[in-house]
Design a binder for this molecule. Structure first.
Ligand code: CO
Length: 470
């Protein structure tokens, strides 16, 4: 390499969100995070991802922690580093479409509690479902990043991604992320895709992938050489497998090149030393299954995200139909096609996966149709890249006229109603949003919180013990 312009690659650290979500079922507690933040703050990360749908849900459900309190504590610790979260567009951190007033209020409160960068995606890549959150983030002075939910299929050409990138730039977003949740992006395809996006837009490009299929660090290398600005990595004790490439390895790879991050490896080593016992403990308790640490080549064959596979395995087990595993795997692409070939990411991954299980287990396709499949086929999640299978649509929704507008246009503002429902438990404004997203889980948590204050309700205490899998 002769004289070259320096272009340090920027790093988003995922150990506080995606890494522990991918490897240990999102069970890292706030108190396990706080002692290391001061050191992490000195690394020079572009951002630290620390919040998202699963972290929010798991804090309430299993750890009995207020996710807002976690955010405030993490914010207090990071004086110099930007915080980042993952946001499901009009689904916020949940599974259904919310009214605009809830989306706006959630963004407002996230930023008010310390969030800097909001990574917004839609499971169908329907741009209309991103607009409300993007506008809200801009209005609140946050960084609005839009993620392309990366997937494969004949509709997903370079032109498709370029067109989407242009629309995202027109929307006024600040950056674009290629969100490769299943680890499908191959190294040389990454070169093509990053170059295409760089041609289509002037926005910074970030790449997010998972190591599941074993190609992730090669993909990062090619993407960065093609001009990718930022990559997502995880500290080594919580890297690889279904998680991200290791931070230290990426840093070392680019040392002495124009992409040199300038990070201090000794500091990174100290941070890794902090997290390693947590990994060892998780391996010992079984919370971290060594199986998820290897290469799962099925991901490339079936193009299914790891989390979706494990969901499917447990659904089949519950139905005493574990022998149907490969049949269901074959049915997934068929259901995906019937539903307009969407990317497979929460919530579309669960919808397609559950329907595929039913189609196989019932012995007849669409004999039983889930509420969510019906909603997709009614247009209630938005527009898919390809048309629905009309026969399947007819079977699922009959003569009902599918909607074609932005789904949230049909949802009345709902904040006031939600606020009234939770009035008895409300201790802070944010409780309204917690309840809006996960009503039952939130209610259980609020009851627990109240009981903790009086510490006399043994019934709640029992329930709490049962809900602690770690
Ligand atoms: Co991810």
């Amino acid at each position: 390499m002769a004289e070259q312009i320096k272009k340090p690659v920027k790093i988003t650290e995922t150990v506080l969100r995606d890494a522990h979500q991918s490897l240990i079922a999102t069970r890292m507690r706030t108190e396990q995070m706080l002692p290391i933040i001061e050191k992490m703050d000195k690394v020079g990360y572009h951002s630290v991802e620390c919040w998202g749908g699963a972290t929010f849900d798991a804090s309430l459900r299993f750890l009995k922690e207020d996710p807002w309190e976690r955010l405030r504590k993490i914010r207090d610790g990071f004086k110099n580093t930007k915080l980042q979260m993952l946001f499901r567009g009009q689904n916020i951190l949940g599974y259904r479409h919310y009214a605009d007033d809830v989306v706006e209020y959630f963004v407002q409160k996230s930023i008010a509690n310390g969030m800097d960068i909001i990574r917004i995606f839609d499971c169908l890549n329907d741009i209309r479902n991103l607009e409300c959150a993007v506008n809200a983030a801009k209005k609140e002075g946050g960084h609005a990043q839009v993620a392309l939910s990366y997937t494969l299929g004949d509709a997903y050409t370079l032109e498709y991604w370029m067109d989407m990138a242009k629309k995202i730039e027109d929307m006024g977003a600040h950056s674009i992320c290629i969100k490769d949740m299943a680890g499908l992006l191959l190294p040389y395809k990454a070169t093509e895709l990053v170059q295409a996006l760089k041609d289509a837009t002037t926005l910074p490009i970030q790449l997010h992938t998972h190591y599941t299929s074993g190609v992730a660090s090669m993909t990062y290398l090619k993407a960065i050489e093609a001009g990718c600005d930022i990559v997502d990595t995880a500290m080594s004790p919580f890297a690889l497998g279904t998680s991200q490439p290791a931070t230290e390895v990426m840093v070392e790879t680019f040392k002495g090149t124009p992409y040199d991050t300038g990070f201090d490896q000794n500091l990174l080593a100290e941070i890794a030393d902090y997290f390693r016992p947590m990994r060892d403990e998780a391996l010992e308790s079984g919370l971290l299954n060594p199986r998820v640490l290897g290469v799962d080549i099925k991901t490339l064959l079936y193009q299914v995200p790891g989390g979706m596979l494990s969901n499917m395995v447990s659904q089949l087990k519950e139905m005493n139909a574990s022998d149907k595993y490969y049949e269901v795997l074959k049915e997934i692409p068929n259901v995906r096609k019937d539903l307009g070939e969407p990317p497979l990411v929460t919530p579309s991954s669960q919808i397609v996966g559950t329907q595929a299980v039913l189609n196989v287990v019932m012995g007849e396709r669409y004999k039983s149709v889930t509420k969510e499949t019906r909603a997709v086929l009614s247009g209630e999640y938005g527009q898919t890249v390809k048309p629905f299978n009309e026969e399947v649509q007819k079977k699922a929704i009959g003569d009902k006229e599918p909607i074609t507008c932005r789904p949230a246009d049909l949802i009345e503002n709902e904040l006031a109603k939600i606020e009234a429902e939770i009035a008895p438990w409300k201790e802070q404004d944010e409780d309204v949003l917690t309840y809006a997203l996960f009503p039952q889980v939130a209610k259980d948590f609020f009851e627990y919180r109240q009981a903790q204050k009086t510490k006399v309700d043994p019934k709640v205490a029992d329930k709490e013990n049962g809900a602690y899998p770690v």
